[in-house]
Design a protein around this ligand. Structure first.
Ligand code: ZN
Length: 144
């Protein structure tokens, strides 16, 4: 059986780099929770992904936001859940004021950024949702 796996590096993934390596983009209103759903004009789409992504999609602070997700249907069957790319590929975006933003979490006290909701690894305070157009780390990696 010939089956090629493409492991394209999406490290510098900013802007509209979708539709590469077979991934699809879906957009709609997020209904977060233990079984997150994307409400699209074509109907609701059940979502699935890795543990980190499901943490983000379970965040009730993202309810009703205009969300874009990158991934592909988990199977060819009608009504199959949409499998979102792993968290580290940054496949969850929110549109606000026409801008495509990444979902991150920020501790004001410690200046620590994380990519899943929860308490700060340092001070144990609840982190705030912080939508970012680009990350400080991206600035660093493109500075030279
Ligand atoms: Zn902290």
């Amino acid at each position: 059986m010939l089956r090629r796996t493409f492991t394209t590096s999406l490290a510098a993934f900013v802007g509209q780099a979708y539709a590469t390596n077979g991934s699809q983009s879906i957009r709609g209103k997020l209904a977060p929770g233990p079984k997150p759903t994307l409400l699209t004009p074509a109907g609701p789409i059940t979502l699935t992904g890795d543990a980190g992504t499901l943490f983000v999609l379970g965040d009730l602070r993202l309810k009703d936001l205009d969300v874009e997700l990158l991934g592909q249907p988990a199977s060819a069957e009608p009504g199959a859940p949409f499998q979102i790319q792993p968290l580290h590929k940054r496949a969850v975006f929110v549109y606000k004021a026409g801008k495509r933003l990444m979902v991150t979490y920020w501790c004001e006290v410690c200046s620590i950024r994380t990519f899943t909701p929860g308490v700060c690894m340092c001070c144990q305070d609840e982190t705030a949702v912080d939508f970012k157009e680009r990350l400080e780390s991206d600035d660093l990696s493109t500075a030279k």
